[in-house]
Design a binder for this molecule. Structure first.
Ligand code: THU
Length: 149
């Protein structure tokens, strides 16, 4: 499923809105992630940091957990991720460099993708450009549910 400009804008806007709810008092880096499903639904999440630092949850992982809780087990078409340091108004100032999902999040997103047999396009949003990369390019030779069948 190809995504049109309007859907793409809606997905990025959802990631931006999600980033406003980030709990990022330690890094100050607010991240928003939005997942687009084949029925048009969008599920978004933001990073949730922790005083132990290492237990912090990334936005993509939170979004996948919310989607799972809503019963979604596939149908993942696209993902948008953006982030930036908290600005004076509390909103993130979108970073120059497009945010690419961290390694752990690639694996978490892969679980949802493989369950539905899709290879979602990942929109890595920066201040001036959006880089589109297939999940399979971000995480080649992924280990997933099929390996355990
Ligand atoms: N972070 C995400 O939420 N997603 C990523 O893909 C990269 C990093 C978060 C983790 C931490 O709360 C903050 O950004 C700084 O690393």
């Amino acid at each position: 499923m190809a995504i049109d400009t309007e859907t793409r804008d809606r997905l990025v806007a959802a990631a931006r809105t999600a980033a406003l709810a980030a709990y990022a008092p330690y890094s100050g880096f607010r991240v928003g992630a939005a997942l687009l499903f084949d029925d048009g639904a969008i599920v978004a999440g933001s990073n949730v940091e922790n005083a132990s630092y290492g237990l912090s949850l990334c936005a993509e992982t939170v979004a996948c957990a919310i989607a799972s809780q809503a019963g979604r087990r596939g149908g993942l078409v696209a993902v948008a991720v953006l982030g930036g340091m908290t600005g004076a108004d509390g909103a993130p100032v979108i970073a120059e460099a497009p945010v690419t999902p961290c390694g752990r999040c690639r694996q978490v997103v892969n679980e949802l993708a493989q369950l539905g047999g899709t290879d979602p396009i990942v929109l890595c949003v920066g201040a001036r450009e959006i880089v589109e990369i297939r999940l399979s390019a971000l995480l080649p030779h992924a280990f997933g549910p099929a390996n355990l069948a």
